[in-house]
Design a binder for this molecule. Structure first.
Ligand code: ATP
Ligand code: MG
Length: 304
């Protein structure tokens, strides 16, 4: 496919760091004196203001989005530190990316997206409708969109290449890749962290419907959280107040973008044509929504 592989903004050049990779949203750097990514002990991970929708990186950026996502991740890492360690070393980064860059330990990442679902929606609901199961986990009959799943389930996915969809896989498929013991550990951690985060978000009026973690190991073999955590890009946040199963919930992130793209813009999401740039109003509303999620969850005003 390769759809969505067009990167809108180039990664900035940063003193002391060498750019090695750009995903849809993040740019990764290694220390300038490191030979290659494999041997680097640390990385600089920079969240850009890019936004993706329907697997396309849009031409428009959302001002401050990178700072919101980085600030929120840091806040969550702190909340979770009694359960699990993380990859963060320092937020003392080059001026140009202050607030949205983090120096992190270069982990050996597990090649699995560790998804926990406490509510039935998205690809989980699609699998359920087609098979009655999600990632091989049989669910009761008759569940509707946005129904709560109690207990939450571990629904791993394979990491897709740029522009490809992630693919839901069974627990057994993960066990084949990383071994039975590690697969069980990743599953238990994913569900435990989700449950803690879900409770914290609920106190603040936000339903954490589902989320994705990426784990890796430090040099000594300890499993820790990498990547970003519990942001609107890696999770579905719903407003607890308007929650009603059986219908699509209004989500705390790209709802304005998705709505505008699929209704008003005239763009066909099944086509191979890139989506159009967003009008200023949609950019501004989306920015406000990201900031609202940050402020509701952390109780801090943005910028913190
Ligand atoms: P996309 O999210 O656009 O589908 P992506 O996940 O490849 O693609 P980004 O999320 O933008 O790209 O970039 C972050 C990349 O860095 C991911 O590949 C992620 O697995 C990896 N990563 C995150 N934290 C660490 C870490 N501590 N050590 C090594 N790699 C990491
Ligand atoms: Mg990613």
């Amino acid at each position: 496919s390769g759809a969505g592989a067009g990167l809108s903004a180039a990664a900035p050049e940063l003193p002391g760091w060498k750019h090695v990779y750009s995903g849809k949203v993040r740019d990764l750097y290694i220390p300038a004196d490191a030979a290659d990514a494999a041997s680097a002990e640390s990385l600089l991970m920079v969240a850009s203001d890019r936004i993706s929708a329907y697997d396309w990186v849009l031409d428009s950026e959302i001002p401050d989005k990178g700072k919101v996502l980085t600030g929120l991740s840091l806040w969550w890492f702190d909340q979770l530190s009694e359960i699990i360690g993380n990859h963060v070393i320092s937020s003392d980064v080059p001026e140009a990316v202050r607030g949205r860059g983090l120096i992190v330990a270069n982990l050996s990442m597990f090649p699995v997206e560790c998804v926990a679902r406490g509510y039935l929606t998205g690809s989980g609901r699609a699998d359920y409708q087609a098979t009655g199961s999600v990632c091989g986990i049989r669910l009761p009959a008759g569940l509707v969109e946005a129904d709560r799943l109690e207990p939450p389930i571990f629904t791993p996915a394979t990491k897709a290449e740029l522009g490809e969809h992630d693919e839901n896989v069974s627990f057994d498929a993960v066990a084949k890749t990383v071994g039975d013991d590690t697969a069980a550990k990743l599953r238990d951690l994913t569900v435990e962290i989700y449950q803690r985060a879900e409770a914290i978000a609920r106190e603040r009026g936000i339903i954490l419907a589902d989320t994705k973690f990426e784990f890796g190991t430090l040099a000594d073999g300890t499993i820790v959280l990498g990547d970003e955590v519990l942001t609107p890009d890696s999770s579905r946040f719903w407003d607890a107040e308007g929650y009603e199963p059986g219908q699509t919930q209004s989500s705390f992130d790209k709802q304005f973008v998705r709505d505008w793209l699929t209704t008003e813009s005239g763009w066909n999401k099944s086509s191979d044509t890139p989506p159009p740039a967003l009008p200023d109003e949609v950019v501004e509303k989306t920015r406000a929504r990201y900031i609202e999620a940050f402020e509701k969850l952390t109780g801090q005003t943005f910028p913190a």
